[in-house]
Design a protein around this ligand. Structure first.
Ligand code: HEM
Length: 321
């Protein structure tokens, strides 16, 4: 019997086309790689790790600072180090005025430029500093290998931040929509809010809650203590997590359940019917850990520049001449 080659069916042609499209899409999307500097600067990860940890040891508060810098970088024009450019720039926008920890990134950049000039981007250094911050603040429990290969953006303007960075007074609908706008889910918003398990906020960020009578969703004893720390017009700072302020852990979520979230944007996660069960899930440290690591990697992928886009800045505070 002679063999007969069947003509490809429409279905199989379609399938092949879909495979080809998917292959193209996945190569263009899988742009970052944990081994990106393997041949161009083999020591990059070690040099940056050592410089960042030295800077954290000089000033412990800078660890929470760089975690927030990475968030503010990624939500405005993607993770392209646009937030690092000195004024006039994104730094002039109100939510960025309280950013701190830039010296950590400068120290790492200076160290890496000595070894591998013009190779490692400020956006990658920022992502690595955020991972090292999380590792340190969680006592080594939360960690991951950072996908690398981001390039630095060519613009930075305060106007670009409008509507991109959530205010401390945000309601849950605003939080959901700001995160959705950068491709993050409501659950990822709840997970990433767990970063408020460390660091501080200015009294100004909670004035809206310290009214008479105080915000009904705020525990009265906690409200009284906050009023003492934040008299009217005060520029003091208060811990975001009243129980374990220097430890990245699940206690942030337990505080929310006890009406002891610091800012409106924290406490609303417990008040909303969609996010309340998510808060409950995150009170388990192992759940918070795995979800936080996954969400940080996803946040670090937002709008990245790769290939020949942008530039590799020589000084993270200035565009190259
Ligand atoms: C969900 C919406 C969010 C809002 C409304 C918000 C708002 C704020 C505000 C107002 C402060 C205090 C700034 C000050 O007055 O000094 C703060 C601090 C902080 N935020 Fe957020 N944030 C949000 C999400 C995030 C995310 C996603 C991260 C990181 C993954 C993050 C990390 C931090 C850290 C670490 C601090 C403490 C910074 C320090 O001690 O210097 N925040 N946030």
């Amino acid at each position: 019997m002679g063999s007969k080659v069947a003509a490809p069916s429409t279905a199989s042609i379609l399938l092949l086309l879909m495979v080809a499209v998917f292959a193209t899409l996945s190569t263009t999307h899988a742009q970052l790689s944990t081994s990106f500097y393997k041949s161009s600067c083999p020591n990059a990860v070690n040099v940056i790790t050592s410089a960042v940890n030295t800077a954290f040891n000089k000033r412990a508060a800078s660890a929470a600072g760089v975690l927030r810098i990475h968030f503010h970088d990624c939500f405005v024009r993607g993770c392209d180090a646009s937030v690092l450019i000195d004024s006039p720039s994104e730094k002039d926008a109100r939510p960025n005025l309280s950013l701190q920890g830039f010296e950590v990134i400068d120290a790492a950049k200076t160290a890496i430029e000595k070894q591998c000039p013009g190779i490692v981007s400020c956006a990658d250094i920022t992502a690595m500093a955020a991972q090292l911050s999380v590792k340190k603040l969680s006592g080594g429990k939360f960690t991951w290998a950072v996908p690398l290969g981001r390039r630095d953006g060519l613009t930075s303007s305060a106007a670009d931040t409008t509507g991109k960075l959530p205010p401390p007074t945000a309601n849950v609908a605003t939080l959901k929509s700001i995160f959705a706008a950068v491709g993050l889910t409501t659950e990822e918003m709840v997970t990433l809010s767990g970063a408020h398990s460390v660091g501080v906020a200015s009294c100004g960020a909670i004035q809206n809650r310290l009214t008479t009578p105080p915000d009904a969703t705020l525990d009265p004893t906690y409200a009284a203590a906050l009023k003492q720390q934040c008299p009217a017009g005060s520029t003091n700072k208060v811990n975001l997590d009243l129980t374990t302020p220097t430890r990245l852990d699940e206690v942030y979520y337990k505080n929310l359940q006890a009406r002891k979230g610091l800012m409106t944007s924290d406490q609303v996660l417990q008040e909303d019917p969609e996010t309340q069960p998510m808060v409950a899930q995150h009170t388990n440290l192992a759940v918070f850990n795995s979800k936080f690591v996954a969400a940080m990697i996803k946040m670090g992928n937002i709008g990245v520049l790769t290939g020949t886009q942008g530039q590799i800045r020589l000084n993270c505070r200035k565009f190259n001449p």
